[in-house]
Design a binder for this molecule. Structure first.
Ligand SMILES: Cc1cc2nc3c(=O)[nH]c(=O)nc-3n(C[C@H](O)[C@H](O)[C@H](O)COP(=O)(O)OP(=O)(O)OC[C@H]3O[C@@H](n4cnc5c(N)ncnc54)[C@H](O)[C@@H]3O)c2cc1C
Length: 440
């Protein structure tokens, strides 16, 4: 008798969800054929966002999936970080190392979030054709309710674009504020998973001017304010980040209110906070009038004691958000989940549950280690007073001047710190087969 396929619902077509759909479509050796439904609440692909980077073991993920070259082709062209003063003069500079094993603040894989999101969907569509994989992506749809039962997860959908159905596995990949997480673990547990860091960032695009270069320019001012200007890998646009950090890790009610109210309130608040700053602040505030991709968020960690139940799992920011590593962890989480699901030999709860638990066991040590940022982060890097700023600048000069690269690498490279190694699930063989075909 033919075996039943494995039906998998993924909620959220961001980096984690699209990576998982791609990996399921690409994996060469599933015993039960995966039938994947990927629902995204937005009406169309969300291919915006500023530079994100791929670090540590996530580099191995993209290598095993054969994406390294394509991602490098979309490099933002960033060559390093320059810390600048109020006149835009460089205080200290750290260049990219060009060595994936010793990455500095600028990774060898800096890519615009939108470019990566689009690439993952494109690759997934190509894998569908090549492998006859069954993946449907439905935009403008989300989960209305779900109930885990012995023989599957009964899901109702909010818009009716996908028929209410039972799935063997449901994966929440719908970001920081995942509503699917709340269905799996209840609302309170879901909300208490979000741990504020007292920091808020607005990301947006402005026109490039001839004076702009390919360094990430980073200007810090008292009041916990910082402005970042980063290249986009083209000659037309640049990315701006305006960040506001409070004196403690607590939420800042005024900022939360602006986030809840929407872009107009966010722009008004940013103007009020940044209008007195020097450097190019006028240019950046003017850019708020013309940009069409403002994305503002509170920077939080998501720490959840459990990522899986018998038939549900969470990956990406929904499960383990962490500033600076969100994209890398999202891709690594998709990789281990797809890899463990590929081992399933029946649709039984026991088999599905064992695969999900195994994914969690494999990944926990890596994430747990990284989710212990130094207690002084991010407040010390974003001082409230002029005195604090002077101390910070002195420290930056010393660390960079004395060439203490280990310090930056310790902080940024992250996921190799405890010797964690990416398991092999078979993609490597696939790459080797593809490579040998190319040589013939
Ligand atoms: C538009 C956008 C711009 C971003 N820009 C930046 C940036 O400039 N810099 C940065 O560091 N990080 C940015 N991020 C966050 C970054 O992508 C993630 O932190 C990281 O890549 C981990 O990815 P993720 O897939 O877990 O989350 P995300 O990439 O945030 O993806 C989550 C996806 O789930 C969808 N979703 C949410 N709720 C539901 C629901 N109920 N049902 C179905 N789908 C749902 C969202 O629309 C989104 O597509 C951005 C995210 C988005 C969505």
């Amino acid at each position: 008798m033919a075996q039943k396929p494995l039906s998998i619902l993924i909620s959220g077509a961001g980096i984690a969800g699209s990576s998982l759909a791609l990996m399921l479509a690409r994996h060469p050796s599933f015993t039960l054929k995966p039938i994947v439904t990927l629902v995204e609440r937005a009406p169309e692909p969300r291919t915006t966002g500023q530079a994100i980077d791929i670090r540590g073991q996530a580099v191995t993920v993209i290598q095993r999936l054969g994406l390294e070259k394509k991602i490098k082709e979309k490099h933002t062209s960033e060559t390093g970080i320059a810390f600048v003063d109020a006149e835009g003069r460089t205080i200290a500079q750290v260049d990219a190392t060009g060595n994936v094993n010793k990455q500095s603040g600028t990774s060898e894989f800096e890519i615009l979030r939108g470019d990566l999101a689009a690439l993952l969907i494109e690759e997934m569509e190509a894998a569908k054709k090549a492998n006859n994989a069954e993946v449907s992506v439905v935009y403008g749809e989300s989960v209305k309710s779900l109930e885990e039962q012995e023989d599957g997860v009964a899901v109702q959908f909010a818009q009716g674009k996908v028929k209410d159905a039972k799935f063997d596995v449901v994966v929440a990949a719908d970001g920081y504020h995942s509503s699917t997480r709340a269905f799996i673990f209840n609302k309170e547990a879901s909300e208490s998973a979000i741990m504020p860091m007292g920091m808020y960032i607005a990301y947006y695009t402005i026109p490039r001017i001839p004076e702009d270069d390919d360094l990430w320019q980073w200007y810090t001012a008292p009041g916990g304010l910082a402005i970042h200007l980063r290249p986009h890998g083209n000659k037309k646009t640049m990315g701006v980040y305006l960040s506001i950090t409070g004196p403690s890790k607590a939420n800042i009610p005024e900022l939360d209110e602006a986030l809840a109210q929407g872009p107009d309130a966010q722009v008004a608040l940013l103007r009020e906070r940044f209008q007195h700053l020097d450097w190019q602040s006028k240019r950046f505030l003017d850019g708020l009038d013309t940009t069409n991709d403002l994305y503002m968020q509170s920077v939080s960690m998501v720490v959840t004691p459990q990522w899986t139940t018998n038939r549900c799992a969470m990956i990406g920011d929904a499960a383990f958000a962490m500033m600076g590593f969100g994209t890398s962890f999202a891709m690594i989480g998709a990789y281990t989940l797809a890899g463990e699901l590929s081992k399933i030999t029946s649709n039984s709860t026991a088999d599905v549950s064992a695969a999900l638990k195994s994914h969690e066991q494999v990944l926990r040590p890596l994430v747990a280690k990284q989710q212990k940022p130094p207690p002084f982060f991010p407040q010390t890097f974003n001082p409230q007073t002029q005195l604090g700023l002077t101390a910070l600048r002195t420290a930056i000069r010393v660390v960079i001047g004395l060439r203490i690269p280990q310090l930056a690498q310790w902080f940024m490279a992250g996921d190799d710190k405890n010797g964690w190694k990416l398991p092999e699930y078979g993609w490597q063989q696939e790459q080797a087969i593809e490579a040998s075909k190319d040589k013939v």
